[in-house]
Design a protein around this ligand. Structure first.
Ligand SMILES: Cc1cc2nc3c(=O)[nH]c(=O)nc-3n(C[C@H](O)[C@H](O)[C@H](O)COP(=O)(O)O)c2cc1C
Length: 219
């Protein structure tokens, strides 16, 4: 099936957030949230992985991956910081056609082959990917909640803290982003699983920040 048959409402020019699962040449699986954008006819999609990411290395070396589509914020939180990822790695299972695994319980899967690897910037690659198998998984119906979208925003910002540790202006913007998202999650999802995920994320961010202050105080 084609992307447009399975994901009937996807739009051009929109960046969608998905979980990209991949595998190393040694057979070690990985998964990380990444943005993807479809081409005009939905025959291809583009990824922009940081060249420092495992996902980039695996996709270049093995040439295959899976875009796991889900509206559940949990895998975005657990996948965006290496220290939280172990739980999510246990939820990977075999895919249909590619060597890379897929994330159990996702709403849809796009198993793909990497067609072209170019450069977006010094740090980021541009990868053109071609779907080889697209199919539905487990449908998840949940009304809009600001807590979910705020969690996704918090996770994007949290994944960048380490990268911008030494750039105070960017770091400040990132921390302000997390703090705004935090206020929304506490207000609209206080006491819920979403607040628990937020707390995990904030704890990880604090640990990363604490890393700088301890290295500054012990040069
Ligand atoms: C919603 C969301 C979108 C993200 N999009 C990208 C992206 O497009 N490219 C990228 O390199 N990292 C992106 N990240 C950050 C990576 O997920 C993060 O750096 C992760 O630790 C990379 O893991 P890996 O080294 O195992 O590949 C995103 C994070 C989140 C939460």
């Amino acid at each position: 099936m084609k992307v447009s048959d399975v994901l009937k409402n996807v739009k051009h020019h929109v960046i969608y957030e998905a979980l990209i699962s991949s595998i190393s040449t040694d057979g070690e699986p990985d998964i990380a949230p990444m943005g993807l954008r479809f081409s005009e006819g939905f025959e291809e999609f583009t990824l922009h992985p940081f060249k420092s990411s495992k996902t980039y290395r695996n996709l270049v070396e093995v040439g295959e991956g899976v875009a796991n589509i889900t509206r559940d914020p949990r895998p975005f939180i657990l996948g965006c910081i290496p220290g939280l990822k172990h739980e999510l790695l246990k939820e990977l299972e075999g895919s249909k056609l590619v060597k890379a695994p897929r994330l159990r319980g996702s709403e849809a899967y796009i198993e793909f082959r990497v067609k072209e690897v170019g450069e977006k910037s010094i740090n980021r690659a541009e990868m053109i990917c071609e779907p080889v198998s697209v199919y539905l998984g487990d449908l998840r119906i949940e009304p809009y909640s600001r807590a979910v979208y705020a969690l996704i925003e918090a996770s994007v910002n949290a994944s960048r803290v380490k990268v911008f540790l030494n750039r105070s202006r960017e770091l400040l913007k990132i921390l302000n982003g997390i703090s705004y998202a935090e206020s929304i999650v506490r207000r609209t999802g206080g006491g819920s699983e979403y607040e628990r995920l937020l707390n995990l994320l904030i704890k990880s961010v604090e640990e990363i920040l604490h890393g700088i202050s301890s290295s500054q105080s012990n040069p």
